[in-house]
Design a protein around this ligand. Structure first.
Ligand SMILES: Nc1ncnc2c1ncn2[C@@H]1O[C@H](COP(=O)(O)OP(=O)(O)OP(=O)(O)O)[C@@H](O)[C@H]1O
Length: 357
């Protein structure tokens, strides 16, 4: 299971969508490629694929979108359909347990339709094998009956475009990966891009916000538009209830302090892990299970929920000897590392190369 998928959804900074997100997201999704913010490379590549297909009057190659949740894979798949003026059918790997489930979907597609298959890496093996043939030859063999009397009835499919999304392109079997004509790798968004996302969403939600307010929310959103949109909604509540509705830098910062999302996007659990590492273990190295006991969480929760972001932010490093805090971690919590840690020797020294003396 991916570290992303195992995140509990009750965290404000989780990248997975909860019920409220799903309801609001539909309204916030950009509809066309030119409204889609950031991901310049994927956008340019995709725009060429789509334009060429439109010129040829044919369905484009199948598209694979890979990257962490909440970066806009579903949104892009809808944009692909909109740009092609084609209908879209949305399903997901876990929803397709049997090859028959997939056969039913494929056989009801219309010509040129876009089929969006989210979490494609979680499809069952027989369905996956059926998909190979459907993608390549626009044909499936439907098996009728069981045992020695079973027969395969070939079924022609209209040309369609599969858009697969995965958080883990590496988990896809090569035969499946190879059948996509184009793979777009989605990256975390830069703060300036997220600021534009916040600004745009604020406009759609009728929230009055100034540029510094949008920047403040963007900086705490962990590079993820879904989180940016969620934080914006919480900040909007705060601005409306406690103030006059206008979101400024100060209001955004105050609101997110109430919700325990700090200036760098760390929440309570992330900070508890760092604090234990620094205060109880002098910055490490300390074993995962010891660290987990210190924060009163399961080792899996610390490893899969808190650590990926802390590692990505360069605040924590996983080493064979245990978890180590980096110079940036001490700095972030406003603490001075002990002398022994400030001048490390050997293997750890590169962790300090860009930190304070
Ligand atoms: N580039 C973008 N510009 C503006 N809004 C965006 C962008 N990317 C994502 N969003 C917004 O972020 C939210 C989440 O996007 P989306 O559902 O497409 O993510 P996802 O990658 O499909 O996530 P998951 O893998 O969890 O389904 C949506 O509300 C969408 O409007």
């Amino acid at each position: 299971m991916s570290p992303y998928e195992s995140e509990p959804v009750d965290r404000l900074v989780t990248a997975s969508a909860d019920g409220e997100d799903q309801a609001v997201e539909a309204a916030l999704r950009p509809r066309l490629l030119e409204e889609f913010i950031g991901q310049e490379r994927v956008r340019e590549q995709l725009s060429l694929v789509l334009q060429a297909a439109r010129q040829r009057g044919a369905a484009p190659d199948h598209v694979l979108l890979s990257g962490p949740p909440g970066l806009g894979k579903t949104t892009l798949s809808m944009i692909i359909a909109a740009e092609l003026n084609a209908p879209i059918r949305i399903t997901s790997g876990p929803a397709i347990q049997h090859a028959g489930d997939l056969a039913a979907i494929l056989s009801s597609l219309t010509e040129g339709e876009v089929l969006f298959l989210d979490e494609i890496h979680r499809m069952s093996r027989p369905a996956e094998e059926m998909l190979y043939m459907a993608m390549e030859d626009f044909r499936v063999d439907v098996i009728v009956g069981k045992g020695p009397g079973a027969t395969a009835i070939p079924l022609e499919l209209p040309p369609f475009t599969l858009v697969g999304a995965t958080t883990r392109a590496g988990l896809l079997p090569p035969p499946l990966r190879d059948r996509f004509g184009f793979t777009g790798h989605m990256e975390f968004y830069a703060p300036a891009e997220l600021q534009r996302v916040v600004h745009r969403s604020a406009g759609l939600l009728d929230v009055e916000i100034d540029p510094a307010g949008a920047a403040e929310i963007a900086g705490r959103s962990r590079g993820t538009p879904r989180i940016a949109n969620r934080l914006l909604r919480r900040v909007r509540d705060f601005a409306q209830v406690r103030h006059d509705g206008l979101v400024t830098r100060e209001i955004a910062a105050q609101a997110l302090e109430v919700y325990e999302v700090d200036a760098r996007g760390l929440d309570r659990l992330d900070r508890a892990v760092l604090q234990a590492l620094l205060k109880l273990f002098g910055g490490g190295p300390v074993g995962l299970s010891t660290l987990a006991v210190a924060v009163g969480e399961e080792a899996e929760t610390v490893e899969e929920v808190a650590e990926p972001f802390l590692v990505r932010e360069g605040l924590l490093a996983r080493t064979p000897r245990g978890r180590i805090a980096t110079a940036a971690a001490w700095q972030h919590l406003g603490m001075t590392p002990p002398q022994s840690v400030r001048a490390p020797r050997g293997a750890q020294s590169e962790l300090w190369a860009d930190g304070e003396a």
